[in-house]
Ligand binder design. Structure first.
Ligand code: ZN
Length: 413
């Protein structure tokens, strides 16, 4: 599948220090990226394309864009894979409810997502991969899992779908560390089917859903059907990035069951950890609740853009909050970001300003310290305010800040 076009990325002299980020599995900060000069490998779970990009999505993809940029700043190549879940229950339900062909809905919403990512200057993944085009990879992975005895057909004569036995798999719980009661409750809330009769265990997850009347399906040795969600990401990541890649990323609502179950499948297939670190972005709320399609309280990136909001101001709204924090969007966020952008540009439009070496160094330090974008913005604010007040005659400083803000924060001044 085609990704979106790549923004121009300003080049700084590399600073080889690797970033530290919070690994949900270990519960602490950890250094991520290869210790040699091989490529850093990143997988971020993509959208299910049935509704437009809201600020919650944008928050996640901008967070991992920072990681991508810091690795590049360290002189590393980044192998980045992102999926598009272009066949799944929510997409099919929305298509059915609105009378649109599911393929058209997926294509249209994926395209809108691309334009939003482009506007926000998010560096595209090298491999942007759809679920439908990856069905052969999923089938191959399920067959690879067969000898482990962890894949079985549910005891249901009408629809004997294929499941993966999570709770019997090694190290299940290594990502989320949830106890069984909490895991069961969350599994039910987030698209799982703990109540389905005929499973060996309530926490087992679907890997291949056999064809139902009126649903899309593909031929396979498992029977005509379609992939489950978790195995889709496992198969895509293993095929495109290999085993034990550096970072598996997504929103914190993916910690369980999605990342836990994908990791369990990968470990069972390869005997190695799926990823070296599991990193999660916080949730964005609006009007008192988590922004979500089901609640209808969405602030869409495309709508803000259509209202004339400058995409760099939207990006600054997101960067003003630490990627791991949960926060609530208000109009005041946008007003502050718009003001900040104007203040920065007022100074960087001048030919000279105060010296900026320490500022550039501080932006790099902040981002290497768990992608602390708010601290990076604060350091630019200080330089901007001082330069605006005092002036300054350093003719290299403006170029240095503009380049650093572009390369590291993705904000074009
Ligand atoms: Zn995923």
């Amino acid at each position: 599948m085609q990704a979106w076009s790549r923004p121009e990325i300003a080049a700084l002299t590399p600073d080889p220090r690797r970033p530290r980020v919070f690994d949900t599995g270990r519960g602490e900060l950890t250094t991520v990226g290869p210790s040699d000069d091989s490529a850093a490998r990143l997988y971020v779970c993509g959208i299910t394309p049935y509704d437009a990009t809201h600020l919650g999505h944008a928050n996640t993809y901008v967070a991992f864009d920072l990681l991508n940029r810091v690795w590049r700043d360290a002189g590393l190549e980044v192998a980045y894979t992102q999926n598009v879940t272009d066949v799944d229950d929510p997409l099919l339900e929305r298509a059915e409810a609105t009378g649109v062909d599911w393929r058209e809905l997926a294509a249209e919403q994926t395209q809108l997502f691309r334009t939003d990512m482009e506007a926000l200057r998010v560096i595209p993944p090298g491999d942007y991969v759809g679920a439908v085009e990856s069905i052969p990879l999923v089938i191959e992975l399920i067959e690879r899992l067969m000898p482990t005895g962890l894949v079985y057909q549910v005891d249901d004569p009408e629809h004997p779908d294929w499941y993966f036995s999570c709770s019997e798999s090694a190290d299940f719980g290594e990502v989320s560390h949830l106890d069984r009661a909490a895991a069961l409750a969350i599994f039910g809330e987030r698209g799982g089917d703990p109540e389905r009769p005929g499973k060996r265990d309530a926490l087992d997850c679907l890997v291949w859903r056999l064809a139902r009347e009126g649903e899309p399906s593909w031929p396979s040795p498992l029977g005509q059907g379609r992939p489950g969600w978790h195995i889709e990401c496992t198969a895509i990541a293993l095929a495109h990035l290999g085993e034990a890649f550096d970072v598996q990323g997504g929103g914190s609502d993916l910690v369980f069951p999605h990342h836990e179950m994908s990791a369990a499948e990968a470990r069972a297939a390869t005997g190695r950890p799926f990823a070296r670190a599991y990193v999660h972005a916080g949730m964005v709320g609006y009007q008192g609740e988590k922004m979500s399609k089901s609640k209808g309280n969405l602030v869409l990136v495309s709508r803000l853009r259509a209202e004339g909001v400058e995409p760099m101001a939207i990006r600054l709204v997101l960067l003003a909050h630490h990627y791991r924090s949960d926060w609530e969007y208000t109009d005041a966020d946008l007003a502050r970001a718009t003001e900040r952008l104007a203040a920065w540009r007022a100074v960087t439009n001048d030919p000279a300003a105060l010296p900026a070496d320490d500022t550039v160094r501080a932006i790099r330090d902040a981002l290497r310290n768990d992608l602390d974008a708010p601290a990076a913005l604060a350091t630019v604010d200080v330089w901007v305010a001082a330069s605006a007040a005092i002036g300054g005659d350093d003719t290299d400083a403006v170029g240095a800040v503009v380049t650093a803000v572009d390369a590291l924060l993705g904000v074009k001044l």
